[in-house]
Design a protein around this ligand. Sequence first.
Ligand SMILES: Cc1ncc(COP(=O)(O)O)c(C=O)c1O
Length: 410
Amino acid sequence: MASLTLPQRIRKEFPILQREVHGKPLVYLDNAASAQKPLAVIEGQREYLSNYHANIHRGAHHLAQLATEAYEGARTKIADHIGAASTDEIIFTGGSTDAINLVAQAWGRANLQEGDVVLVTQMEHHANIVPWQMVCSEKGSRLEAVNVHEDGTLDMADFAAQLERHRPKLVGVVHASNTLGTINPVADLCAQARAAGAVTLVDGSQALPHLGIDVQEIGCDFYVATGHKAYGPTGIGFLYGRREMLEAMPPWRGGGEMIKRVSFEGTTYNELPHKFEAGTPHISGGIALGIALDWMNGIGTAEISAHETALVQHAHSALNTLSGLRIVGTAPQKVGVVSLVVEGLHPYDLGTLLDGQGFAVRTGHHCTEPLMDHLGLESGTLRMSFAAYTTREEIDRAVIALDRAISMLR
Ligand SMILES: Cc1ncc(COP(=O)(O)O)c(C=O)c1O
């Protein structure tokens, strides 16, 4: 008997994939915005809420111990998953946006000065632009951006030139672009940035669900990711920071948990990682993110990556048969993201017609407005994005539905 494909093995674990939308079977191609959840994650969160919910760290009672063990266990899973040297280097956050704001506010406010430069790329998500603009305007520093080529690859010559010209204090780069799919050579970029004296931050929001990650190999100072794109819940993510960096940074948010001793005369702060974790966290989210990573590791990130690479190639060749359609982002190394535009048609109109047929795609600027401006795409793109459960047949059906939608609008 022929062995089953990855989607054939795992689709039954995703209850939502069985549902219909507008009377049609759901074809979920909006995974870059948020992935669906396997039963293990749904049940794991339910199990915590039903059986051992309590606040963590402080309680002397049994439930508090169970909840603390599970939450701290999830921190260990994250550290292991990305190759961190210690669990102290993993700070739970509300997601990638929250993690980048933490670095911008804690590291940025303490280290940026008038005239300093923060260097990002033109393909960054707003989450890796706006927090830097905010701290730069406060400190009199400025934000510069590395050019992106027409095919969606990063302009490495411009990167080297801007490093040389600006000697930036921090370089922030997306590991995989949510709009173009491009996988950036982050280890090389971090090595060059480090050699030029810059601190490095990698936005791994789109890498976590698709690629194996090793922060030691990448050689970054900070790495951020968000849980809900990696089969986990919303409102939870993490910041990895090299211990020396985190230790040297002042805390950002103040309150319970992040302190050692408080008096009206003054406060001393807690050790890592708690120094950056004020208040009661998203306990069920943290536990479920750990379960999501277990679930991915049960398959293996290599198999997930290979599956999605094959889907991208398949989607590219199927879409290229449609006339007037252009794929935006054709870098040789891509995660499961395919953005496209169709001559003379608005992506939103196409997306609405697809939705009517049960296809969930995303249209617009995908929180990368500066990239859209740079590429001259003021109406944005239509984006299909894939996950471990996406099938070739779903892509084929989406291409047929898109062809029909194009004919209807022409
Ligand atoms: C590349 C990238 N960075 C950052 C984010 C922000 O993630 P979150 O909204 O979960 O904080 C996203 C989400 O779309 C993303 O794709």
